[in-house]
Design a protein around this ligand. Structure first.
Ligand code: MN3
Length: 229
């Protein structure tokens, strides 16, 4: 290879390097991949994080490179106007937001704490009790047909439970019920199939052991402060 050609190739590689100027990056898991065992096995966490979420981040950056209107926007800003963009933006921006939240609202069994006083009070006011909220949330997760998510959201200063198909979420302008998620559960088969196979209900029931209530409480406080309610 001649020197000018080598230089041209190097320049092309430099310009094409997706990591150099990536708008979005795959966050590290906030704990080791085996931290959620026995509820969620390490292999599921590794594949889920590196391959599923990782691919969504890569594909979201490819979309951003092709659509100038997305440059410099946060993922939340993209979700708020997602109806204006191709389905690939909806799936990948949704997937990136959803998984980023999902990793943070889980913790090693026995370390997730309890809902803050403010959150506990709101849960009692809106659902009657924590157990009643869990039951309603679990039902939403179990009844989501096919792939999707269950959510606990702040909407007009109150808590509500909803579910979305695919990688949709309540921040999207296309969502049936809109609000700010404080807790989300991935019920795609890739989230549980290695350990639970077809038994989604067992996965949902076990999952409460790894909920990080400290983080859910922090998100609740942020969501209510942001809406002034
Ligand atoms: Mn997933």
């Amino acid at each position: 290879m001649t020197l000018p050609r080598l230089a041209a190739l190097s320049l092309a590689l430099l310009l094409a390097a997706p990591t150099a100027f990536a708008q979005f990056t795959l966050p590290e898991l906030p704990y080791p991949a085996d931290a959620l065992e026995p509820t969620i096995d390490a292999r599921t966490m590794q594949i889920h994080h590196q391959n599923h979420h990782g691919t969504q981040v890569t594909n979201l950056n490819l979309q951003v490179a092709q659509i100038p209107a997305l440059a410099g926007l946060s993922v939340e800003e993209i979700l708020a106007q997602v109806s204006k963009h191709p389905p690939a933006v909806r799936g990948n921006a949704g997937g990136h937001y959803n998984h980023t939240l999902f990793w943070t609202v889980m913790a090693k069994p026995g370390t997730g704490g309890e809902p803050s006083a403010e959150l506990a009070e709101r849960i009692t006011a809106d659902f009657g009790s924590l157990d009643a909220m869990k039951q309603q949330f679990s039902q939403a997760a179990a009844q989501r047909f096919g792939s999707g998510w269950a959510w606990l959201i702040v909407k007009d200063g109150k808590l509500a439970i909803t579910s979305t198909p695919n990688q949709d979420n309540p921040l999207m302008d296309v969502a049936e019920v809109r609000g700010t998620p404080v807790l989300g559960l991935d019920v795609w088969e890739h989230a549980y199939y290695l350990k639970y196979q077809y038994k989604r209900g067992d996965y949902i029931g076990a999952w409460w052991d790894v909920v990080n209530w400290t983080e859910v409480s922090r998100r609740y406080a942020a969501a209510t402060a942001a809406t002034g309610s």
